[in-house]
Design a protein around this ligand. Structure first.
Ligand SMILES: C[S@@+](CC[C@H](N)C(=O)[O-])C[C@H]1O[C@@H](n2cnc3c(N)ncnc32)[C@H](O)[C@@H]1O
Length: 210
């Protein structure tokens, strides 16, 4: 390995080249893992009512659901792929997460992607047992009672109790009626400015409320 006749050890040109190649491969692997899960890695498609959270909001909400899920907790992200991506970026934590999404581009996330159409709210994989998720976070695509009431069926089926909903401020009454949720002080932000005001709603003691 060493080919110098002075006292300081040195690598041979061959070993040095192999080492450089190894570091380059490691760097490429790390970059692709980070890119794959970064918020915005998959571009917004406005036809699908996709408006991604700002990085700060995605991080705040991801940390909130990790804390609410508890150690080893199970998290369902319904129509909220940025939260799933941020959770994966923070994967040093002890939890498991699934992304339920209509946009099949998110199938790059393998077994943790589940195709989901709110119009068939209980068409879910067999391995999704009733009331098996420690927290469910949802951000339905449309600000309508029809969309929220169908999404609410999925949320109620999956959750053990805790729910975090992000949707328009205009949905406050429906969120309370359908899911027993109250509005939080925290105001979610998006990458682009939207015509509608957005809010978060919860049914448990949450840091989003302080
Ligand atoms: C308002 S966006 C919420 C995204 C969230 N702000 C984020 O950054 O992750 C609505 C989401 O619903 C998804 N969606 C569109 N049509 C849907 C459908 N029929 N059923 C379920 N989800 C749908 C979109 O792909 C999008 O991810």
């Amino acid at each position: 390995m060493f080919d110098s006749d002075d006292d300081s050890p040195q690598l041979s040109a061959q070993a040095l080249a192999a080492l450089q190649e190894f570091y380059l491969e490691q760097q490429q692997k790390e970059t692709s893992v980070v890119d794959k899960f970064s918020v915005g890695a998959i571009e917004e498609d406005w036809q699908l009512s996709q408006f991604w959270y700002s990085k700060e909001t995605a991080e705040r909400l991801a940390k909130e659901v990790i804390s609410a899920a508890g150690k080893g907790g199970k998290i369902a992200c319904i129509s909220a792929p940025s939260i799933y991506q941020k959770l994966k970026e923070l994967q040093n934590e002890d939890f498991s997460a699934f992304v339920l999404e209509y946009d099949r581009r998110f199938s790059v996330y393998g077994d943790e992607f589940v195709f989901y159409d709110y119009k068939n709210p209980l068409n879910l994989p067999e391995h999704f047992e009733p009331n098996s998720f420690d927290i469910v976070i949802a951000d339905p695509p449309y600000l309508s009672e029809e969309c929220l009431s169908k999404t609410a069926q999925t949320v109620k089926f999956l959750t053990k109790g805790k729910i975090l909903l992000c949707t328009g401020a205009v949905m406050e009454e429906q969120a309370a009626k359908l899911l027993g949720l109250r509005v939080c002080k925290f105001i979610p932000k998006h990458n682009r400015s939207l015509a509608n005001e957005f809010r978060c709603y919860v049914n448990y003691e949450s840091s989003l409320d302080s």
